[in-house]
Design a protein around this ligand. Structure first.
Ligand code: SF4
Length: 356
């Protein structure tokens, strides 16, 4: 947390992240920093997230990214979060008195998880701690690398994204690091299908006016047929994106194009019915801060995650907003809350269409 927080805000932040408070009124970081949730996922139910890279370490700078802009897109692979660190956090997390129910452990987080070179060791560490199914969310950018495909084969479900197949449209929507070629990605995904016996749930995210033209949809559908995904999940911009130009397509569009993606095509419905995560208030509050650091949420989302009464939740959000710890932004007629803490402020989404 920023040192500029007032004492009251520090106490509120400490309460919300379940940390201790020092005699100076500032919180002491005691919570795990790479495990978050479980968070509601429209695709995975209750997803316990593992953050494998620092915030916005990514090979893309997608127009629609909920985490803001990528300062320097890069395909460099490193042990960004070493397996030994994650294993310690997993051991602590799964040893707690009350472990909330989860449907998946998901390798994802604040950037592209396949950029973590320790992926095989991290998968092994998760398997040692839990029998929950393991999912990998990926932008597919490194699937031309056999080492990345070998690591991805270790999980149960791989959820790659493919938003465009025409190089120019790919560059416009995903804004990749230099040297990343969409044709290599498609070849990598084809190779992976031949190698992987688990489930592949391919996501296509449509942005109005960017990748929703008839010709691109036809080309996408042709490529997707070759990829043999078990599910083809059609999505659109549901939350504030990194660039103001990222706008959603409407439901009628998704319904019209869905049949083009064959019997496995499905529209990803808005999440509902998570149920209530039980546990002490500090646990539920810790989840709020974790979630808002990683994705914008409405008050309804946060109620679904925490089970907190609306009045109590709104009061906490107001307090945090007053102290600059969270901000609310309007998107699609709803208010989404985002965290501003940890020295990081979500990129200004009100900016125009520079460099697009
Ligand atoms: S949406 Fe995913 S792939 Fe795109 S910039 Fe954000 S983290 Fe990277």
């Amino acid at each position: 947390m920023s040192g500029s927080l007032g004492a009251a805000a520090a106490r509120a932040a400490a309460l919300l992240v379940g940390n201790d408070i020092t005699s100076t009124g500032m919180p002491v970081q005691t919570a795990s920093t790479h495990i978050f949730g479980p968070v509601p996922s429209r695709r995975l139910g209750r997803s316990l997230g593992l953050d494998l890279v620092p915030l916005k370490t990514c090979s893309f700078d997608c127009l629609y990214c909920e985490l803001g802009r990528t300062p320097e897109p890069s395909a460099a692979r490193r042990a960004w979060v070493p397996a030994a660190v994650l294993e310690r956090e997993l051991t602590a997390w799964f040893s707690r008195d009350s472990v909330p129910p989860c449907d998946f452990v998901t390798l994802s987080g604040s950037g592209e998880p396949t950029l973590n070179r320790d992926l095989p060791e991290i998968v092994a560490a998760v398997r040692r701690r839990t029998s929950l199914p393991l999912a990998l969310l990926t932008n597919s950018s490194l699937f031309s690398d056999p080492e990345v495909r070998r690591a991805a084969r270790l999980v149960d479900v791989v959820l790659p994204s493919l938003d465009a197949v025409t190089p120019e449209i790919f560059r416009r929507i995903n804004r990749p690091a230099a040297g990343i070629d969409i044709l290599d990605i498609i070849a990598g995904l084809e190779a992976f299908r031949a190698e992987f016996a688990g489930e592949i749930w391919l996501e296509i995210l449509f942005c109005a006016g960017i990748n929703d033209g008839e010709a691109e949809i036809d080309r996408l559908a042709a490529v997707v047929r070759r990829l043999g995904a078990d599910r083809v999940q059609l999505n659109t911009v549901a939350r504030p994106g990194a660039y103001a130009v990222a706008r959603p397509v409407d439901g009628a569009f998704l319904a019209r194009v869905r049949p083009l993606f064959g019997e496995h095509g499905e529209i990803v419905a808005p999440f509902c019915g998570l149920g209530v995560v039980t546990g002490p208030i500090s646990d539920r509050a810790a989840i709020i801060v974790d979630v808002l650091r990683r994705r914008p949420c409405t008050a309804t989302d946060l109620r679904n995650i925490t089970g907190m009464p609306a009045a109590e939740l709104i009061k906490l959000l107001e307090l945090l907003a007053d102290d600059g710890i969270v901000v609310g932004r309007s998107h699609g007629g709803e208010i989404f809350f985002e965290a501003t803490g940890g020295g990081y402020r979500v990129a200004d989404r009100s900016a125009g269409t520079d460099n697009l």
